[in-house]
Design a protein around this ligand. Structure first.
Ligand code: 5GP
Ligand code: ZN
Length: 110
């Protein structure tokens, strides 16, 4: 999608700090980190949210990539978050999975 910030990051039209890339997925550091480690994992393809994710292979790749990214960065303890919809805190409507780590995390989230 032409005006989607995460599509632009995936296409490298705008710079980001990429930490991982495959044919279908990229991961990069969040611009406003909520913990010492805060990575966003996205499919290169524009999909608005989890509610529009029908591709099981891609869903599997997204989850598997989390494991690979954490292995690569020596992260053992982390939280994964997918915000879906405005009320749940979704601000960017290109599906993304947060990996948050590097400090103790409270539960339940706010
Ligand atoms: P959401 O609230 O939609 O689940 O998460 C969106 C995340 O994207 C936020 O944590 C926000 O800091 C991050 N973000 C928004 N715009 C940019 C950007 O241009 N570059 C990067 N690296 N992160 C962004
Ligand atoms: Zn997009």
């Amino acid at each position: 999608m032409s005006d989607c910030i995460f599509c632009k990051i995936a296409n490298k039209e705008i710079p980001s700090n990429l930490v991982y890339e495959t044919e279908n997925i990229v991961a990069f550091n969040d611009i406003n980190p909520q913990a010492p480690v805060h990575i966003l994992v996205i499919p290169k393809k524009h999909i608005e949210s989890l509610n529009e994710l029908y591709d099981k292979d891609l869903a599997g790749e997204l989850l598997e990539s989390v494991k690979e990214i954490c292995k690569k960065l020596n992260i053992t303890d982390y939280r994964t978050v997918i915000n879906t919809g405005k009320e749940a805190g979704q601000e960017v409507f290109h599906i993304h999975l947060h990996i948050i780590s590097g400090r103790p995390l409270k539960w339940p989230p706010g």
